[in-house]
Design a protein around this ligand. Structure first.
Ligand code: NAD
Length: 354
């Protein structure tokens, strides 16, 4: 295996209660005037206030999915005339995505406190949506300098958000294993990430071992974020970006539904990677891994059909066609016609092998 390996400088604190170290981490960066970014439903002023006390901070809670350019402009207007010296993103990929867009414009460092499993906090990948078109890129200014993973913050995450968000992290690990630019470190993280998420996701949503299981899923999601940063993603991400970008389907839910179908589609290809993926799922067969990913959907109470996310049957052909433009590398080459049955199965919520 030939490979290129780089590891950008970054500080990760992981553990119950690390949120209370937020102020220390801000000061460690030489900062004292944070702008906190979140989504409206995440607004939890009291908790943030006590973690930052006695620092004076600003709170902008207008982050939205896929970082609309208008929300970036609103946040920049909020910053106008105030001298913030760092950005603190508290929330999921939407809050962290807004922080990234602002970091590109202001040069301020980001401290991320993730509360979903989406993994954006570990990557330099940014995205901004304007006129219905999402532009993405990689830029080191968008990479958070510090990440605080506090499993306690996940206890209140609704199961309907947590389950599909963890499937999103699972997809990062799966696609990293068959990426063209995989390396020995990404392979290790990705296989372990799959195992941690598959073994613990259901119990992380409910039941007596919820806290321990959340910690394991979060460790897996961190690994998912690491490998998302290190490798390029394949067909699964291409399909999800197409379905989200052109048909407005929700990010994490779409990832969850599509994953079993892409696993089945790629099953016979990239043999060594598929063996590792299957092992992560606790089986020796890629076919069984696809089946297990499909069963996980009902295990976590998630929808299993694109039609239930608002997709229209008449748009399937267009989706297949769009997914073959600017193709991402995938171990199994594909045409629009070959994607047809995959999308049909995902649309109707059929088991991928049927
Ligand atoms: P999100 O950030 O929109 O969060 C989903 C919902 O959960 C929101 O309503 C949010 O308010 C709520 N929420 C989050 N944490 C909560 C908590 N602890 N308690 C209660 N509610 C909570 O969704 P996401 O799936 O985390 O992120 C999706 C976005 O991130 C997409 O735009 C996607 O493109 C982007 N993303 C980017 C990268 C990257 O590397 N750049 C990686 C993954 C995802």
């Amino acid at each position: 295996m030939d490979f290129l390996f780089t590891m950008p400088e970054k500080r990760v604190l992981f553990g119950s209660g690390v949120f209370s170290r937020l102020k220390d981490e801000i000061e460690r960066l030489g900062c004292a005037a944070p702008l906190v970014l979140s989504t409206p439903s995440m607004r939890s002023g009291e908790k943030i206030g006590s973690a930052l006390s006695p620092l004076k901070y600003g709170l902008f809670d207008g982050a939205r999915m896929h970082v609309p350019a208008e929300s970036v402009e609103e946040a920049l207007a909020f910053m106008e005339g105030r001298s913030f010296d760092c950005l603190v993103a508290v929330g999921g990929g939407s809050s962290i995505g807004l922080a990234k867009a602002l970091a590109l414009r202001s040069g301020l460092p980001i401290i991320a406190v993730p509360t979903t499993y989406a993994g954006s906090e570990m990557t330099p990948i940014w995205g901004i949506t304007e006129g219905g078109v999402k532009t993405t890129g990689r830029d080191d200014r968008a990479l958070p300098k510090v990440v605080l993973y506090d499993p306690e913050l996940y206890a209140s995450l609704p199961a309907s958000v947590a389950g599909v968000s963890a499937m999103n992290a699972l997809a990062h690990c799966v696609e990293a294993l068959y990426a063209e630019n995989a390396n020995p470190v990404s392979d290790l993280f990705a296989e372990e990430g799959i195992r941690l998420i598959v073994d613990n996701l259901t119990s992380s949503l409910t039941g007596p071992y919820k806290s321990e299981a959340i910690e394991c899923v979060l460790r897996g999601a961190w690994m998912g974020g690491m490998v998302l940063a290190m490798t390029t993603m394949g067909l699964h991400h291409k399909l999800c970006h197409t379905l989200g970008g052109s048909f407005d389907l929700p990010h994490a839910e779409t990832h969850a539904i599509v994953l079993p179908h892409v696993l089945a589609f790629n099953g016979e290809y990239a043999e060594a990677a598929m063996r590792k993926i299957a092992r992560g799922f606790g089986t020796s067969s890629p076919k069984d891994a696809a089946g297990r990913a499909y069963e996980m959907l009902s295990g976590i109470g998630a929808k299993n059909a694109l039609k239930d996310l608002g997709m229209r049957v008449e748009d399937l052909e267009k989706a297949a066609d769009l997914a073959t433009r600017n193709k991402y590398y995938n171990p199994r080459p594909f045409t629009a016609a070959e994607l047809g049955p995959l999308l049909e199965n995902a649309f109707w919520g059929r088991c991928p092998e049927s």
